[in-house]
Design a protein around this ligand. Sequence first.
Ligand code: SF4
Length: 209
Amino acid sequence: MKLLLHMCCGPCACYPVKKLRADGIEPVGYFFNPNIHPYTEWDRRLKTAKEFAEKVKMEFYADENYRLRDFLKKALPAEALPNGRCTMCYTWRLEEAARFAAANGFDAFTSTLFYSIYQQHDLMKRTAEKFAAQYGVQFYYEDFRPGWQEGIDISHELELYRQPYCGCIFSEEERYSKAIRKQRRKENKAKKRARLAAEAAAAKEAGHE
Ligand code: SF4
């Protein structure tokens, strides 16, 4: 099978490439990530993806255009919708993976996004399936998350740069802003309290039956 592996970065490709090769599939890497900012960070992740491909001797392609402005044009309106920005981000990258695969004679595509324990796996799966049907190319689905730690270990062995945040300038702020982190902790505590209260109410209700 001729498989295109969309790569969000080098470290996230470590385990999927190892697993695919163990299963007899030789993937071809493709870096397309308009969601990575600022420029220095995008450039560093692109270079790391190339470095990884060279180290493991994998064929590799990249869209080498930095697209902050295009990203913002899509992301700012999407911010108004619940989960809108990340939905847009997955949609853009997975559609491009499907389009590139179909246009270049691949049988199927997948993405290193399916390795991440932080991304919205089921939403991405539905999105990839939709574009596979639209572009007439298979979506090769595999949940690579069980190899999370193994992938980290390989990335250290290969001495790859490991990024500290998801990618976009919003996620960079969420990673480093103390105010946002404090607010998140508060929201999580409130959610936990609400969940415990609901569980207690359900248990009480069951006791009366
Ligand atoms: S947080 Fe990550 S997935 Fe969401 S929009 Fe930013 S880069 Fe994309």
